[in-house]
Design a protein around this ligand. Structure first.
Ligand code: HEC
Length: 340
């Protein structure tokens, strides 16, 4: 997952699409699930999931099947808090899905982020991690014994693969499911959060809560600066933590950053922020202290990716400056130079 990250991700999504179809056709056998429920769920029910004890970020012990799965719509992923590459992005993308699901979170929909590093990730560390991402009710960060976590991973088809690094090798996909209706999906955590929210919020509750959405005919035209590879990479890999001109998120607002920072510094920081922090680069160190000690992740981007992203951030910043000039209103943009 670490090398050639994006190419692999694409391949992964294709494979998962196939898997999803398989999973769905299997669940279709259970008709609407009600017959299954009356006899006890014969598919992915008590007979399938371990009732392993896991511990939440608040130190409460819960049983995997009885307390976390039975009767619920769930989104499950695997993380570890020391992760400096894709997990923080994965968690930030789940925050976007969480916000879209709104007050259904903790009522009929639950998120479970289970650590693959139980020795290090105590409930206290998980709580600290959850707080950094401002997570809310209905989202549990779980730890337990390695044997119990392995059993849980196995039950949803995400077990540790032979020869994989036990920490960094784990899959970054999400398992989404609804136990009573036997519907289970696998999706990439890098997917558009609006799509993931539709799977969790609408499909898995048989469209009971689906809202009428505007027609494609009413779609607004695409701003030219939103096209191109930099724009789409920004949406997938950066927008969960950064805005350009709409204020700070988990990371700083990036409007104006390309002019406030040297090009070489930006190229270095976008491609290997972890190394710059390790080498005690003064700007990277100041930013890390200021942004709640969430690490800007190393997403294994190439120089070409970084050039495309800087170009996109530049053009969005220029478009913002133009529109603020037109409106003759000078909203002060976040000034990254303050951290110098
Ligand atoms: C998981 C959240 C997260 C993601 C995803 C993320 N960043 Fe960041 N970024 C941060 C944080 C937090 C900081 C502040 C520095 C730190 O804490 O390490 C930061 C800092 C930065 C900075 C320095 C800002 C300044 O003031 O100089 C740039 C540039 C940047 N990010 C670009 C990107 C780009 C481009 C992407 C997408 C490829 C991206 N980031 C993805 C969290 C994230």
């Amino acid at each position: 997952m670490r090398q050639k990250h994006w190419a692999f991700l694409t391949l992964f999504v294709v494979v998962l699409a196939g898997l999803t179809t398989l999973v769905l056709s299997r669940s279709a056998l259970a008709a609407d699930g009600s017959q299954a429920a009356s006899k006890g769920n014969p598919y992915w029910g008590a007979n399938h999931f371990p009732d392993a004890p896991l511990i939440t970020q608040d130190g409460k012990t819960v049983k995997f099947y009885d307390d976390l799965i039975k009767g619920k719509t769930v989104v499950i992923n695997f993380i570890f808090t020391r992760c400096g590459n894709v997990c923080p992005l994965e968690t930030a993308k789940m925050v976007q899905v969480y916000n879209l699901l709104g007050d259904r979170m903790g009522k009929d929909i639950f998120f479970y982020s289970i650590t693959v590093d139980p020795k290090h990730d105590t409930p206290e560390r998980l709580k600290e991690y959850a707080e950094k991402f401002h997570t809310g009710p209905g989202w549990y960060f779980l730890t337990g014994t390695k044997a119990d976590i392995d059993a849980v991973r196995k039950s949803i088809g995400m077990e540790e693969r032979p020869n994989e690094d036990p920490l960094t090798g784990h899959t970054t996909s999400l398992t989404l499911g609804n136990e009573p209706s036997n519907q289970w999906f696998v999706d990439s955590s890098m997917d558009d959060p609006r799509y993931v929210a539709v799977i969790a919020g609408d499909w898995l509750s048989s469209w009971k809560y689906a809202k009428k959405l505007p027609s494609y005919a009413e779609k607004p035209s695409l701003d030219p600066s939103e096209a191109g590879p930099g724009a789409s990479l920004f949406r997938t890999a950066c927008a969960a933590c950064h805005t350009i001109g709409q204020g700070d998120g988990i990371g700083p607002d990036l409007a104006g950053v390309p002019t406030a920072r040297e090009h070489a510094w930006l190229m270095g920081f976008i491609t290997h922020p972890d190394k710059m922090l390790e080498e005690k680069d003064p700007i990277a160190t100041a930013l890390f202290k200021r942004y709640n000690q969430v690490k800007m992740p190393n997403l294994r981007l190439t120089d070409k990716d970084a050039e495309g992203l800087i170009h996109f951030i530049n053009s969005r910043t220029a478009a913002l400056n133009d529109s603020s000039k037109t409106a003759a209103a000078h909203a002060p943009a976040h000034s990254p130079s303050q951290t110098n």
